[in-house]
Design a protein around this ligand. Sequence first.
Ligand code: NDP
Ligand code: GDR
Length: 381
Amino acid sequence: MSKQKVALITGITGQDGSYLAEFLLKKGYIVHGIKRRASLFNTDRIDHLYQDPHVENRHFILHYGEMTDSMNLTRIIQEVQPDEIYNLAAMSHVAVSFETPEYVANADGTGTLRILEAVKLLGLTEKTRIYQASTSELYGKVQETPQSETTPFYPRSPYAVAKMYAYWITVNYREAYGMFACNGILFNHESPVRGETFVTRKITRAASKIALGLQDKLYLGNLDAKRDWGHAKDYVRMMWLILQADEAEDWVIATGQTTTVRDFVRMSFKFVGIELEFEGEGINEKGYIKSIDAERMNSLGLTPEHLTLNAVLVEVDEKYFRPTEVDLLLGDPTKAETKLGWRREYKLEELVNDMMESDLHLMTKDQYLKDGGYTIMNYFE
Ligand code: NDP
Ligand code: GDR
């Protein structure tokens, strides 16, 4: 029997970390993950994978760690002796990176260097393969579309600039020391466990709450932004394929389809039987109810009584505009499809349905809490 492979995932408590951990465990890996200490439990996304530290032969092991702490990272890598490292940890919110630029440079940029340097110092360059979570944000200001492995970069946020350093230091360690270190240039990917302040999840949560009568309005920023949205489940499969390739290379992972934020809003509300019409421009644009499909709502266990035709459900708040925006992302996944045989399973409509089904279920829980006299939070971030 071949020896079990060992993987180390930084950012295991995040969206991608949780799906990747599930995927690797199913493949028979021993999975180690780095989580941060927080004042409240922060392992919701991986609680179903948890194994009691008192049992023997565990396949899922967590370590406290921090991307800004070299000694901590070096010690963990030494202990774990991983065959594969997936460096997913990052402060990943573009808008927030304008508020905490120095920290983001440290965690997202220099953090990647710490991983690479630890592997080199520990003499693991032959053994350990490294996946770096790079991003379509590197393309930033549009140079050409669709964006591929050869499209020039023009980052437009402290997050993207930090990730640009991480991208090039990964390439440099590959060229300088012969390390199997690869960048996956992933376009936006979402899921039912997407962070609540990214635009897709903010929309699916709000559409669910509005349909249930728990929230009145959804405030958003730039509705014209276009994104190439895929499903995180399809994308973590590709992370693994990248490290199984014959050669270390950089890869674009995308769907090849782009959609406006406005259309994502329309699709999400349509799921719960609400058709929205948008009128006005810029900060004066509003989305109001054009029609209500009562049959659809009833079939989901919802009632339309609290909704009225022409009521405004979506408004623009300039607080969500970014100092510099990325207007259009549209990726070309041809290389990944032809060389690694990657195919996505989820179409955009299926992604929206998956997120809406999940959020509707979750928000129903909020309704029980509210009915039971508990406070429910409507975060507008
Ligand atoms: P999330 O924000 O959901 O998860 C980020 C993870 O990193 C969390 O586990 C977080 O821990 C951890 N983390 C953040 N800062 C630190 C730190 N200083 N030290 C240790 N751990 C830290 O991101 P995603 O899962 O969506 O994305 C995974 C990676 O892929 C990120 O690097 C992101 O930038 C990149 N990416 C994401 C894309 C997407 O569309 N999702 C597209 C392209 C790239 P905690 O839970 O404690 O906050
Ligand atoms: P992005 O994702 O910046 O592409 O980064 P996000 O969902 O935050 O924004 C997508 C687009 O929607 C516009 N937008 C809003 N965004 C948020 N968050 N909140 C709003 O209210 C809102 N209104 C409009 C934004 O301006 C933007 O144009 C994500 C992250 O996962 C990164 O870590 C990753 O690298 C990239 O995707 C690829």
